[in-house]
Design a protein around this ligand. Sequence first.
Ligand code: SF4
Length: 341
Amino acid sequence: MKTLLLDFSQSELEGEFSTLGIERYRAEQVYKWISAGTDFDEMSNLPKSLRTLLAEKYDSVGAKIVKDAVSRDGTVKFLYELRDGKLIEGVLMKYKYGYTLCASTQVGCRMGCAFCASGRDGLERNLTSGEILSEVVCANAYLAKRENARIGNVVLMGSGEPLDNYDNVTAFLDLLTPSQGIGQRGVSLSTCGITPNIRRLADDGYSVTLCLSLHATTDEQRKKVMPTANAYKIEDIISAAEYYFGKSGRRVIVEYAMMRGVNISDSDAVRLRNLTKNFPCHINLIPLNDTDSSLSGVNKSEARAFLSKLTSLGASATIRRSLGEDIEGACGQLKRRYTKK
Ligand code: SF4
């Protein structure tokens, strides 16, 4: 595969170009073009000879949208094809305050959560920083063709465990602001709780919103749905989240997929409240999506009852609004169905 230009920062691109004898100011021009998802052919302020040289040696963008499924509520599910033919998913969600893109960080995932289709086939490979950035670039180009809008927020909640691809994900965070104008306050990173890398993220000075995929209130219960619970105890994950809050000052979000017969008893509500009461934290209750797994989701009254128990205990909690229900909304489903076809 050719070198991907979006893997470079602008200053790295200057260094790369200088080894080829290309003038420094060209790096700035090319950086603007690749940040807009433009092909070499269309880089109109570059001489043809330079465009040809660049196209021979590099790829400008690392992904392309091969399918877009548009929901009645305006949510768009993307299937991206990477340069090696691998497929990943993304979701573009429209809120009152603007557009949010849910992006993937790996092809597949090795964490094996029972409720998630993305992890069914294990990890195929990590995405590079430029490939993750390409998802945002492509989605912004998609939006630009349809309306005068840009993505304001990115949630790293698509396929993959971001903290299992730490170097590339943090390199992506470093590229996101100069390339797309999205600061860390506009980024949420969802993790199943890889505690050493939660602490490392804090120590490295990142201040994205940390979203903990907890989904259980005891280690035994968690092991049944998340194999990663065999490596990381809930107590240690919560301690790492407190550490992250201490360093970043950012309120933590606890993600909790409600599963009938698994984690929605009154005792679960009490334990969940106790786990989260010592630091600023909001609990996002997620009605489980149908991912062809053996786990059961909850109906509206069960979800409301669990929410009400939690809030009566003093927790800050809401039920996550479900978007794109008519377009294979859950993580990994679109890819699986597209691949089967
Ligand atoms: S929920 Fe996240 S961490 Fe778990 S298997 Fe799916 S992508 Fe991986």
